[in-house]
Design a protein around this ligand. Structure first.
Ligand code: GDP
Ligand code: MG
Length: 301
């Protein structure tokens, strides 16, 4: 990767920014090198009171993209430069999520605000290294280039998506109206990481009930509930208030422990994937010449 491209990205060239992010994604550029070209120190201030990376996660169709569009408009019109990384776990078509999300992000088409907003989608299938690490590196790069906040939209469906969300300083879980199944174990796991919960589609029946259920389940846990807010990304109801709350959102102690746990696991996974012995160990495992304990021992050396 040519340093000129990174420097052009620093000067505001969107094309160069896209190329730099792709280089991180394809492992042809290392984040440490990228940051040294930019001349920024990669300081991890995720424990500061103000956040820099926020994950917006939740089931498909709950309205994450529509809600993100609303809050980005608010923040951009307050003078904040916002980058959105939209993680698409399934799309094999080129730019599948990109198109879908672009169409819905009215803020990108807003002539006043478009310079304040950058949107990039990440098709996780394409990535050669651990996805959470790629997202984390991209977010660090964007911050070093002067973007004030990075939002990461992920589908909060499985373990790997939870791990993507965990790279953020704050995690916001978006829910829809109640579907009558209460709070399932899987959902409880995701809610454990939440610094705030948005119950979207408040224009539909069951939203308030679901918000109450969620608050109750937090209170049953350790007596404390993070903000649980009702919004309608369709009518705009509650969105201004939610964007103010999220901009100043603090982390809950419970969520930060859960987040570090996921980050440790992502880090271990990355180490494993980068281990030079991995291919030969996998072959030995497949042929039955070693067992899993021996494999782990070999990989530890
Ligand atoms: N009634 C209603 N529909 C909404 C609301 N927010 C989003 N939608 C609709 O829900 C669908 C999914 O929205 P999208 O933002 O793509 O969801 P995502 O998959 O979570 O990103 C779209 O058809 C939206 O128009 C809302 O607040 N109320
Ligand atoms: Mg979406």
């Amino acid at each position: 990767m040519n340093a000129d491209v990174v420097l052009a990205a620093k000067d505001g060239c969107r094309r160069s920014l896209a190329r730099t992010l792709s280089a991180l994604e394809n492992n042809t550029l290392d984040i440490v090198n990228a940051l040294s070209i930019i001349g920024e120190i990669n300081s991890d201030n995720s424990n500061d009171s103000s956040w820099r990376i926020m994950a917006i996660t939740g089931a498909p169709g709950v309205g994450k993209s529509c809600f993100v569009d609303k809050i980005i408009s608010q923040w951009a019109s307050q003078g904040k430069k916002i980058a959105l990384l939209a993680v698409d776990p399934s799309s094999s078509r080129t730019g599948g999520a990109l198109l879908g999300d672009r169409v819905r992000l009215s803020v990108v088409d807003d002539r006043m605000l478009k310079d304040m907003v950058y949107v990039r989608s990440i098709a996780t299938r394409k990535s050669s290294s651990s996805v959470p690490v790629v997202i984390s590196d991209m977010a660090k790069l964007l911050l070093a280039l002067g973007w004030n906040k990075v939002l990461v939209e992920t589908v909060g469906a499985g373990q790997s998506e939870v791990r993507c969300a965990a790279i953020a300083d704050r995690i916001v879980v978006v829910e829809g109206p109640a579907r009558g199944d209460g709070i399932q174990a899987e959902k409880a796991g995701l809610l454990e990481l939440a610094d705030a919960v948005i119950v979207n589609k408040s224009d539909m029946v069951g939203a308030r009930k679901h918000a109450d259920e969620i608050k109750e389940s937090f209170e049953l846990g350790d007596g404390k509930s993070p903000p649980v807010l009702l919004t309608s990304a369709l009518t705009g109801d509650g969105c201004q208030y939610a964007s103010d709350v999220l901009l100043n959102l603090q982390s809950t102690g419970r969520s930060s422990k859960a987040r570090w746990r996921e980050r440790l696991l992502a880090g271990l996974e990355q180490k494993l994937l980068q281990n030079a012995q991995l291919e030969s160990v996998l072959s030995s495992l497949a042929s039955g010449s070693i067992d899993i304990d021996e494999a782990l021992n070999k990989l530890n050396n």
